[in-house]
Design a protein around this ligand. Structure first.
Ligand code: NAD
Ligand code: TYD
Length: 351
């Protein structure tokens, strides 16, 4: 029986990783470490929470002593680290919490893993899940981020993730900690917190509220369906080479305004509205400070060396995502009202 720590498992991507690992690997003991910030929602995991190979631990990764106690309690063989503050706009308003969680929290995890495993690193693995935003911004010139692209983060979020990536490599190079990293493009899919572009727009369109598009909507993002990201994480965790970095992306670039127009037409169709109705909700608003123009990922290393490829076309993934949000109004309602934050108290504290 292997024990795997998954940090940030109550968040958007983390909950998909936990679900896949719990279902696909019944012989793994999957422990979800999450402090449940506003972005952590245990209702993302109600379908697997009862499984015998799943455990939840409420813990703040910035608390070294508490973390050390958990490492000593469970003696994990692997760590898949996703816990983070993840929203660029929030990082502009409060950079310090990004430093605490993303940098300091990552160092705490690295140190706990190093201390526990230092006498024998064989069979151990620390996997850091990171973002393509560490590479900075591209022009509209057809170039891509590769694993060799120089780090040039611009937002406090991407600076904190870049810093944590460097610490992961430093623990590998200095102490021999067995690590692997991935840098992924923008994800979309179910259970995405409705502060990020796609779920925010779906929710606003549904409620006939304006859809804010920053600047002129000319910024380009490379979108990947979350379940394809999770398949890549599974492959990299099990087959990635020690000390290596893999870029993950869907080769799927969209200008924000084109994406929102497509989303509006899907919503019109799904809601039985006249074509063009939802697009009237589009409102151009003041641009994000330091807004990166374009992200685009070259994932050929992952595709050629480890055989991963994305499974869904964007139109198909977007359609599935819209369908999930429309079929799960209660989830959205409980998130927007704050009700979801009471779930932990009910399920765990009073048991
Ligand atoms: P999210 O914001 O949805 O979830 C983050 C999770 O981390 C939440 O459950 C939160 O409660 C938990 N957390 C935050 N601070 C914590 C702390 N101090 N201690 C313990 N838990 C804490 O994030 P996400 O979008 O699922 O992203 C997950 C990871 O993937 C992040 O590391 C992010 O940088 C990376 N990533 C995200 C994207 C994307 O498009 N969302 C793309 C590439 C990489
Ligand atoms: P976001 O989902 O916040 O992801 P990231 O900033 O990590 O790429 O934003 C995606 C793109 O959409 C980004 O270019 C900013 C833009 N955006 C808007 O135009 N309006 C919005 O309300 C939000 C949240 C984002």
């Amino acid at each position: 029986m292997k024990t795997i720590f998954i940090t940030g498992g109550a968040g958007f991507i983390g909950s998909h990783v936990v679900r896949l690992f719990v279902n696909k690997y019944p012989d793994y003991n999957v422990v979800n470490l999450d402090v449940l910030t506003y972005a952590g929602n245990l209702e993302n995991l109600t379908d697997i929470a009862h499984k015998s190979n799943y455990t939840f631990e409420k813990i703040d990764i910035t608390d070294y002593e508490a973390l050390k106690a958990l490492f000593n309690k469970y003696l994990p063989d692997g760590v898949i680290h996703l816990a983070a503050e993840s929203h660029v706009d929030r990082s502009i308003t409060d950079p310090f919490v990004f430093v605490r969680t993303n940098v300091f929290g990552t160092c705490n995890l690295l140190h706990c893993a190093k201390e526990l495993w230092k006498d024998n690193f064989a069979g151990k693995r620390f996997y850091h899940v990171s973002t393509d935003e560490v590479y900075g911004s591209l022009e509209n010139d057809g170039t891509f981020f590769t694993e060799e692209t120089k780090y040039q983060p611009h937002s406090p979020y991407s600076a904190s993730k870049a810093s944590s990536d460097h610490f992961v490599r430093a623990y590998h190079d200095t102490y021999g900690l067995p690590v692997v990293l991935s840098n992924c493009s923008n994800n979309y899919g179910s259970h995405h917190f409705p502060e990020k572009l796609i779920p925010l727009a779906i929710n606003n369109i549904k409620n006939k509220k304006t859809v804010p598009v920053y600047g002129k909507g000319e910024n380009v993002r490379d979108w990947l369906f979350v379940e394809d990201h999770v398949t890549a994480i599974d492959i990299i965790f099990h087959s990635g080479k020690d000390g290596e970095t893999y870029n993950i992306g869907g080769n799927n670039e969209w200008k924000n305004i084109d994406l929102i127009r497509l989303l509006c037409s899907v919503m019109d169709r799904k809601l039985g509205r006249k074509d063009g109705m939802s697009a009237q909700l589009i409102t151009f608003v003041i641009d994000r400070a330091g807004h990166d123009l374009r992200y685009a990922i070259d994932s050929s290393k992952l595709q050629n060396e480890l055989g991963w490829k994305p499974s869904l076309q964007f139109e198909e993934g977007l359609e599935k995502t819209v369908e999930w949000y429309l079929a799960n109004e209660k989830w959205v309602e409980r998130v927007t009202s704050g009700e979801y934050q009471k779930y932990y108290e009910k399920q765990y504290n009073r048991r």
